[in-house]
Design a protein around this ligand. Sequence first.
Ligand code: 56B
Length: 406
Amino acid sequence: MEPDFPSSGTFVSSIKESCRIVTEAAHIKVEDAAIKRLLESPSFRSSFHRVSGSHGLAFPLKFFSLLSELNFLSVLSLLNFASGYRVPLHEQTGRGAWDNIRAFTFSLYLSSATGQGDLLSAKGMKTMSEQQVAQHMGVTIHVERPHEKITGVTVGELGGPIYELVKLISSTLTETGQILDAAGYSELGGFVLESLKEGAKADPSASLGIVLERLVRAIPAFRDMAVVNGKPVYCFKKALFLIHAVKIRFGSSPPFPIPSTAQAPVFTDNVLPSLLVHLGVLDLTGATSHGLHNLFPGAESEDKINTLLHLPPEASQVVTQDTKKTPPKDGPVLTTEQAYVLRAAAVRACEKIVEYARGDGQNSEEQTWLKDITLPELDIWLWAVAKDRPDYRKLERFVLRGTVFF
Ligand SMILES: Nc1nc2c(c(CN[C@H]3C=C[C@H](O)[C@@H]3O)cn2[C@@H]2O[C@H](COP(=O)(O)O)[C@@H](O)[C@H]2O)c(=O)[nH]1
């Protein structure tokens, strides 16, 4: 069930507030001691600067114009989902969700440049078929089954998890393309640009919320919100990610207005909450109402947490490469409600981590950098460190299929 939108002007505060309420109601604990343990850990200390800076959003593509690059980033962000298909994607393509989406968007861009029609325009998106999506992703959407009558013969038919994902991508593109086209925008980037300009008319502290609100109200694939136990939860992960991606890419000398994202809630997906559970920040032991306490068995073990918070075990190059090739294992498969509760808890935990880091008297002289960490930096650290260490790569992330939000 979808809740009403937050009231106008409160989109950012509604994320923070709704996530706090849901986390507390679910009895998920985020203790100061657990935050301190993370922030003081050798793992965090030794990797934060290196890992949180590796954003990977400058692309090896030649763009015709600023607007075409803004459009590319916008479509990429619109499609920043598929985490629930990580394992089948790995099996077929050897890459995870994000890398597949990136490669797919690249492919759309590159074939547009060769004159096959602009697939990243509103009109191109509007007519994007399942076949086109599968072709540009380089995936098979047929599954084999034995012929009913003839033994030894198999027939291929449309089906399987990758087909499910292809349908989600195709419908996201067609729906968004239709809306943009009907409203007179030739591409998503143009709509985003207009929203950024609209945001700049407001007080700087309100700009982020204005831009977010415009994206969410206009495009259903950005309406990442739900009702859990009668209460609304707002996450808006892809829309926030889009705005921050624009900030990362264009923020150093902005060619158009870009709001500050320093206080933006984290872009909550499956990776953030799963990692925060494994690193001992989210304590699910009391969260029995949604059955969350059973999802990650053994994750509350102090020994396990302390090992993960230590420096990574010395690994030879060969071992690291091997773990990159081995397909990951799926974590627990969640219901939509469970996923929203955990994602809300990650938003809440990250708020508390940053608050704690800022707090007076927590940091000694040589740790003053900690005071300045921002929510998006913390997001990127969590997200990227999960891929950076071989032992973290193996940690299970939860799975939700059928969503276009993360
Ligand atoms: N919270 C958060 N979630 C993020 C990202 C990104 C993209 N990160 C790159 C872009 C800019 C950053 O600086 C990173 O270099 C993807 N995802 C989510 O992960 C999901 C899992 O994907 P995988 O593990 O591949 O299967 C994917 O469906 C998507 O929902 C992020 O940054 N933050």
